[in-house]
Design a protein around this ligand. Structure first.
Ligand code: ATP
Ligand code: MG
Length: 333
């Protein structure tokens, strides 16, 4: 599918090391025009570092970054075809929303009538029409981030870089902002690089996800590929819910929805029901199997026939198998 599409951004064997030796090494990635690609990984894995090298706020140690086939690493941020929205402090507090939005275009000597029209259009795009005269302090966090996104879009970037733009917002607004961003992205057809440490945000927003760990890419793929076929134990533990069961030198990773539960004991994995939690249309069972506790999603019909302490048999319909890694502990969900 991707092969026919135009490559918007290419990172070629890029290394960025800070003086203390931290950073990212040998990064390679192609991002296609019109894609939302998300860097996902735990704190300190290097997400912001890569985004800043693309935006021009950090120099690369070695390697190259191209946009539309042209190297951009020698250009200062304002000369790059990118615009970046940071996690917070994006707007100037002493300027009105109008002045905040007009600033970049005034620098480019755009006529006032055109600036006014652009501001109107972009405020509508982010559902903030009529806020021109307000100051940032009079808006909520989510509204301010929308203005920051509008301001970036007004610069007509070839590539929009968003570094955890919604992380300060509460869950409900985050979800709203996600949907809004997806809509804006598809309406404008722009290419977006998004950074988050929230796997649900990454799954719901992205065409492709880059799962990072300790300065390296662990897996690059669509949300479905990463969910269904995690390539490493870290990816398996970072995305979605997963049980890990050690067997010999192997670790089996199985999702709660891929465990079948039968009452009674049998030939497969025997266990005992420890907890039963009703979560609406399905039920989560915790089943003690030897030293492992296995989480299983079952339907009401089955759970109504079970009580704590009952023997059950588990079958894994789909699972991944990894070599057990010394020191590996799954990320707490
Ligand atoms: N200016 C700096 N000088 C030295 N080391 C730095 C600097 N900035 C970041 N680092 C280190 O580089 C590594 C990657 O940092 P980075 O900010 O890219 O992580 P991140 O994935 O964005 O994390 P978070 O989710 O917490 O924002 C970390 O080990 C960090 O301590
Ligand atoms: Mg960061």
């Amino acid at each position: 599918m991707s092969e026919n599409r135009k490559v918007k951004l290419e990172i070629k064997d890029m290394t960025k090391l800070y003086d203390n030796g931290d950073g990212v090494e040998h990064i390679n990635l192609k991002v296609y025009e019109g894609e939302i690609v998300t860097f996902l990984g735990p704190s300190g894995c290097g997400k912001t570092t890569i985004l800043r090298t693309i935006g021009g706020f950090l120099d690369v140690t070695s390697g190259d970054i191209t946009v539309d086939g042209q190297s951009i690493v020698a250009l200062p941020p304002e000369k790059r075809p990118t615009a970046m929205v940071f996690q917070s402090y994006n707007l100037w507090p002493h300027m009105t929303i109008y002045e905040n939005l007009a600033f970049g275009l005034k620098l480019r000597k755009i006529p006032k009538a055109e600036i006014d029209a652009e501001i109107k259009k972009h405020l509508a795009l982010v559902s903030m029409s009529g806020t021109e005269k307000k100051y940032p302090g009079q808006l909520s966090g989510g509204q301010q981030q929308r203005i920051a996104i509008a301001r970036s879009l007004m610069l007509k970037p070839s590539l929009l870089l968003l570094d955890e733009p919604f992380s300060a917002l509460d869950a409900k607004i985050r979800q709203q902002m996600r949907e809004e961003l997806k809509k804006i992205q598809s309406d404008l057809g722009i290419t977006v690089i998004f950074v988050t440490h929230d796997q649900e945000e990454a799954m719901s927003l992205s065409h492709r996800i880059v799962v990072m760990n300790k300065g390296k890419f662990e897996q690059v793929g669509t949300p479905a590929e990463i969910y269904d076929n995690p390539k490493t134990l870290h990816v398996a533990s970072f995305i979605g819910e997963m049980n890990f069961i050690k067997r010999g030198g192997k670790t089996i990773a199985v999702r709660p929805e891929n465990v079948s539960v039968r009452p009674g004991s049998g030939d497969d994995l025997d266990g005992t029901v420890r907890t039963i939690m009703l979560l609406g249309h399905y039920v989560v069972l915790n089943v003690q199997c030897g030293e492992n506790v296995v989480k299983c999603n079952v339907d009401r019909e089955l759970s109504d026939r079970l009580k704590i302490g009952d023997p059950v048999t588990l079958t894994f319909n789909k699972y991944s198998e990894f070599d057990t890694e010394a020191g590996f502990t799954p990320v707490a969900q």
